[in-house]
Write a protein that binds this ligand. Structure first.
Ligand code: COA
Length: 266
């Protein structure tokens, strides 16, 4: 397995292991808080990642006690309205771009996931966490509210009452509670186990038929917004188009021949 690592910002490390890319927020002293410079780097990098057909799964994670403890609050201080709104637009563009990635995405939440950190995790296809991870939308404590989709994506995922309680109280909830509510896929004892779990999940997805996995993501994410008969039609048309691909033929042929399939993403 080949691995290559580079920084797209002082605090953002991108590592590639075969078909899996891991983006690590490396800013332990600020618990992973997202500065404008980090958002700008992601804004530039995400379209490149989205266009890379060789990447089949993406892991987002942090270091130390923080996954991402939200926007860098220090950068809010003393700025005018125009600059604040500009920052929010940039943050939204980045989070929307994470959600729109065609690859399967895994948030490996190692510590605090607050504000934009929780919102970032909500844009991923799977959320895994350590026992000590804490999630919250605490902006009310600053006299503010979430601006990266927290009030809307969390309400859609876990309902309006839980979301409003979280926002109105600014409370932090442990990973175990969100696991119980069905938002998290798995909770691990420590960061090493989390890393191994995230890498196993991403690796398993990356080893699957790439066109089928990408189509599954579109289908499952976009289908629920449609009326059921339309969504069922969408499912059948996606399946039909996969049957016409080389990978679709190969998977069926390999099963009949009792051999492992070789998927080429065609
Ligand atoms: N922006 C900028 N710096 C942040 C930050 C943020 N969102 N969150 C934490 N930090 C910094 C702290 O200022 C501190 O820096 P310092 O050592 O230079 O003083 C460092 O990270 C460690 O945080 P600290 O508060 O000392 O740790 P703690 O364990 O006592 O508390 C938190 C942890 C997460 C509860 C607390 O840091 C916090 O409430 N952070 C803000 C979270 C937030 O409101 N996010 C939404 C932003 S819109």
């Amino acid at each position: 397995m080949t691995a290559a690592e580079h920084r797209i910002d002082e605090h953002l490390v991108v590592r590639r292991d075969g078909a899996v890319v891991t983006v690590t927020v490396d800013r332990e002293d600020a618990l992973g808080a997202l500065s404008r410079s980090m958002l700008e780097a992601l804004d530039g990098y995400l379209p490149e990642l989205a266009a890379d057909d060789g990447v089949r799964a993406v892991v987002l994670t942090g270091t130390g006690r923080g996954f991402v403890a939200g926007a860098d609050i220090g950068e809010y201080h003393g700025v005018d309205q125009r600059r604040f709104d500009d920052y929010q637009r940039l943050g939204r563009r980045v989070l929307d771009a994470v959600e729109a990635l065609p690859q399967y995405t895994v948030a490996a939440v190692n510590g605090y996931a607050l504000g934009g950190g929780f919102e970032l995790a909500l844009c991923c296809d799977a959320i895994l966490a350590t026992e000590r991870a804490r999630f919250g939308l605490p902006e009310v404590k600053l006299g503010l509210l979430p601006g990266g989709g927290g009030s809307q994506r969390l309400a859609r995922a876990l309902g309006v009452r839980f979301t409003l309680r979280l926002i109105a109280t600014g409370a932090m909830v442990p990973a175990a509670e969100l696991y119980r509510r069905g938002l998290l896929e798995e909770v691990y004892t420590d960061a090493a186990a989390l890393r191994a779990g995230a890498s196993e999940l991403a690796g398993t997805v990356a080893a699957g038929a790439p066109l089928a996995v990408r189509a599954a993501k579109r289908l499952v994410r976009e289908g629920p917004a449609l009326p059921l008969p339309d969504a069922l039609g969408f499912e059948q048309s996606v399946l039909s188009s996969l049957f016409a691909t080389e990978d679709g033929r190969e998977g069926v042929a390999a099963f009949v021949d009792k051999r492992d399939p070789v998927f080429r993403g065609r």
